[in-house]
Design a binder for this molecule. Structure first.
Ligand code: TYD
Length: 209
């Protein structure tokens, strides 16, 4: 992002792709090298955001797709304005779980909303703010499922639909990474934790000089 002096790194990927493990390792490495790191996330990286998170993740019953996209965008607008920008202006490294690429991949992958419109909505919300680096932990949905739930379950239609949805999410992420190769680092999340962490550090190091 151009306005701040710090560095803004976001992590993206499906559930079970290992984002948290890598975020923790990167945060430790950065702190040990003397940097101030702010860990945050969307949705829910601010007080208002916690309330929105509660709605989008825990509301029982449907939320109209456009309303859902607007809730994520509202969370984003407040988070960027009150948490991310101030930290970058203080010169900190912001390490954030999920950002607008999540909206494009997840809200767009429902097939109801257009990915470009969802992206533009988020860009409006965040006054155009984009991370310096986005780490995409890419993993086949089948492998992610295996990690989340190693129990051997018989085929069920709902699970198959879920896998199809997650395949669309994954494809959307990969298309985003293709469109902005200078912002994205795509990591094979089936590699070992250490291998991934090393690749991340190699890509982050030049920004710190
Ligand atoms: P969360 O509990 O934070 O878990 P994780 O990031 O480890 O998967 O879940 C956040 C969920 O919100 C996740 O399923 C993706 C979804 N999401 C969207 O659909 N759109 C968005 O813009 C964001 C930020 C998240």
């Amino acid at each position: 992002m151009t306005s701040g002096r710090g560095m803004w790194i976001t992590l993206e990927g499906g559930d079970g792709s290992g984002k948290t493990t890598q975020a923790n390792l990167l945060a430790d490495w950065l702190s040990e090298s003397g940097h101030t790191v702010l860990r945050t996330r969307e949705p829910g990286g601010s007080e208002v955001g916690q309330l929105i998170r509660d709605i989008v993740l825990h509301h029982r019953g449907d939320i109209a797709p456009r309303a859902e996209a607007l809730l994520y965008a509202a969370d984003r607008a407040h988070h960027v304005a009150t948490v991310v920008r101030p930290a970058l202006e203080r010169g900190e490294i912001v390490l954030q779980d999920r950002y607008l690429d999540s909206s494009v991949a997840y809200q767009g992958a429902g097939r109801v909303l257009d990915g470009a419109e969802v992206r533009n909505l988020s860009l409006w919300a965040a006054e155009g703010a984009l991370p310096d680096l986005t780490l995409l932990l890419d993993l086949a949905p089948e492998a992610a499922r295996g990690r989340l739930d190693s129990a051997d379950k018989p085929f069920d239609r709902l699970e198959a639909e879920k896998t199809e949805f997650h395949t669309r999410v994954r494809d959307a992420y990969l298309a985003l990474a293709d469109a902005e190769p200078e912002r994205f680092l795509v990591l094979d999340a089936s590699a070992s934790v250490d291998e991934i962490a090393a690749a991340v550090r190699e890509r982050v190091a030049p920004y710190l000089r």
